[in-house]
Design a protein around this ligand. Structure first.
Ligand SMILES: CC(C)(COP(=O)(O)OP(=O)(O)OC[C@H]1O[C@@H](n2cnc3c(N)ncnc32)[C@H](O)[C@@H]1OP(=O)(O)O)[C@@H](O)C(=O)NCCC(=O)NCCS
Length: 218
């Protein structure tokens, strides 16, 4: 097992090989291709596209994830953000990806896979987050992208738990785990207050290896 410092906390990163019983660095994908989307990490050259997609999306993200809506306000900030995400990926701390059209020419949104805190690697358990630019909303791209990432986590990382947490009032977000066969475990009450004063619950969805696999294009 190796320990690394991610700037905030010590994160223990390891997967145990069931055959050799040795700890090893978990694998991570360079790209996942579905029938209509490509999921891959951002490269530094993507900063302009990331900024444009974020400018289009900022207001509709703000309603449900105000912190995320505030990031990447300029090309410089976007460049720095991508560099930070690449470093986190190399250190296996967290994995942010763009959702692209299938030929990789247009950035549509984002999907993140994050070891669940605390000690997500030891389960292994991951949380999944997502967004899509308004002009690409309503076509099933997010469902497909999340399905690709979830299947990778089950197959390549031996994930025992995938978790999606969202505001139950976020109807579009709630539809993603439901469509992919996640089970809703419950509703944590009054867990978050938005900057505008709204108090919200959080719906917790999970998928484990004993559940049906997400189908690529439901
Ligand atoms: C939540 C969010 C990502 C959902 O995006 P979305 O576009 O609705 O999700 P999908 O891309 O999977 O598209 C689903 C829609 O495409 C339709 N669709 C078309 N073809 C489809 C296919 N092959 N597979 C699945 N859905 C398909 C579905 O019927 C659904 O349509 P609806 O709008 O009538 O319900 C988006 O609303 C968003 O970015 N919101 C702001 C940020 C946010 O809330 N993030 C989540 C925080 S928890």
């Amino acid at each position: 097992m190796r320990a690394r410092h991610d700037g905030e906390a010590l994160v223990r990163i390891a997967l145990k090989d069931t055959h050799s019983r040795l700890w090893h660095t978990p694998p991570m994908f360079d790209r996942l291709r579905g029938s209509r989307v490509l999921v891959r990490p951002y490269a530094l050259d993507d900063a302009q596209q990331r900024l444009e997609a974020m400018e289009e999306s900022r207001e509709h993200i703000r309603k449900w994830d105000p912190e995320e809506a505030g990031i990447c306000q300029s090309l410089q900030e976007t460049h720095e953000w991508i560099a930070h995400k690449l470093s986190q990926r190399a250190d296996r701390v967290s994995f942010s990806n763009g959702i692209w059209n299938v030929d990789g020419t247009r950035l549509l949104g984002g999907v993140g896979l994050h070891p669940r805190k605390p000690e997500g690697w030891s389960v292994p358990a991951f949380t999944v987050g997502y967004w899509i630019r308004p002009s690409a909303q309503g076509f099933g791209y997010v469902t497909e992208a999340v399905g690709l990432v979830v299947n990778f986590a089950l197959d390549a990382l031996g994930a025992q738990r995938l978790e999606i947490a969202c505001d139950p009032n976020n109807i579009r977000s709630m539809a993603i785990p439901r469509r992919l066969g996640f089970k809703m475990e419950g509703r944590a009450r009054n867990v978050y207050r938005y900057p505008d004063g709204r108090l919200c619950d959080e719906a917790i969805w999970s998928l484990t290896p004993t559940d049906s696999r997400p189908v690529a294009n439901p």
